[in-house]
Design a binder for this molecule. Structure first.
Ligand SMILES: C[S@@+](CC[C@H](N)C(=O)[O-])C[C@H]1O[C@@H](n2cnc3c(N)ncnc32)[C@H](O)[C@@H]1O
Length: 300
């Protein structure tokens, strides 16, 4: 049995897997099977993924902070770009976990073609609760929990697999930050894709392929399951699970909006500062592309 698993799972085509039995996970997985996310450009390879990752400030800082010889899990890895990025140039073990088999097949194929050896693929629902307790040094879970039947319960499951002094990064749709996307969604439902091609900032980027654009439209505007969250909700999840708050984007203190070192402990602000910080997302760049907010914590 693989030591990151507490249950014995079959391996099929290089992917550890368990049949999905929860109706929400099935619905979400069917959705992504038709539109694997975030998908690749036809000519993507190890080098282009490395370049893209290095340009992503959050992923770049995370990878630098992780260093070597660590165990990382990306929960809700989709087609696995980020897991690939985290694996390049080091001896870390990365587990790419996702409920959608089709996405992990795309990820595994890419790994085969590009000779990526240190990523393992795991096709399960978070609620299957298969991960070994206190195993990982880092958990990355961005854009995933808000697509589950109960995000707070899903958090309680994944956090068990984090070691003492390990770090977790969670990204969720923000109640305020997502307002611009929700307004675009109303217009999209009336006027169709033409509207999005003009008003969605991600679709206007020249460097993404047609497959990536379609995956983005489906993910942002046609999703069958999504919920919205706040900084305060995540702080409660952290407290319940003995997680020390480290930092967030946007910051909990709206007067301090520096993000050069996301692993440096920052102030939790107060209720009104956090509220203002999130309301400001409606007007700043954090609310332009889907309205995700990020919170980082450390297990006590
Ligand atoms: C929006 S995609 C995010 C992909 C990737 N994290 C990123 O940021 O590009 C959400 C992913 O979460 C996965 N997912 C949703 N619910 C899940 C669950 N209950 N268990 C495991 N994965 C899940 C989906 O299959 C999908 O690949």
């Amino acid at each position: 049995m693989a030591d990151f698993l507490k249950k014995n799972l079959n391996q099929n085509d290089g992917i550890f897997q368990l049949e999905l039995n929860n109706s929400v996970a099935k619905k979400v997985s069917d959705f992504y099977s038709n539109n694997p996310f975030p998908n690749y450009k036809n000519d993507d390879d190890k080098i282009s993924i490395l370049e893209k990752g290095n340009k992503n400030l959050l992923a770049y800082q995370f990878k630098k902070f992780v260093g070597h010889n660590k165990k990382i899990i990306e929960i809700g890895s989709g087609t696995g770009q980020l897991s690939t990025y985290f694996s390049i140039g080091n001896n870390n073990l990365i587990v790419a976990m996702d409920a959608t088999k089709e996405s992990l097949k795309v990820a595994k194929n890419f790994a085969r073609k590009n000779d990526i050896q240190n990523v393992l693929y795991l096709n399960v629902d978070i609620f299957d609760d298969v991960l070994t307790d206190e195993y990982f040094d880092f958990i990355w879970c961005n854009g995933v929990l808000h697509h589950t039947k109960n995000p707070s319960a899903a958090f309680n499951v994944i956090i068990k697999s984090l070691k003492k002094n390990g770090y977790i990064l969670v990204g969720l749709y923000n109640k305020f930050g997502r307002i611009r996307t929700l307004v675009r969604k109303i217009f999209y439902k009336t006027f169709g894709i033409k509207f999005l091609k003009i008003f969605d900032p991600t679709l206007k980027k020249l460097k993404i392929s047609e497959e990536e654009k379609l995956a983005w439209i489906k993910d942002q505007y046609d999703h069958p399951q999504e919920s919205l969250h706040t900084l305060d909700e995540v702080l409660i999840w952290f407290k319940k699970n003995d997680i020390d708050f480290i930092s967030s984007i946007p910051t909990c203190d709206f007067l301090d909006s520096k993000y050069e070192d996301i692993f440096k402990k920052k102030s939790r602000g107060n209720y009104f500062y956090r509220l203002l910080s999130q309301i400001l997302m409606i007007f700043n760049r954090l609310g332009s592309d889907g309205g995700l907010f990020i919170v980082i914590g450390k297990k006590k």
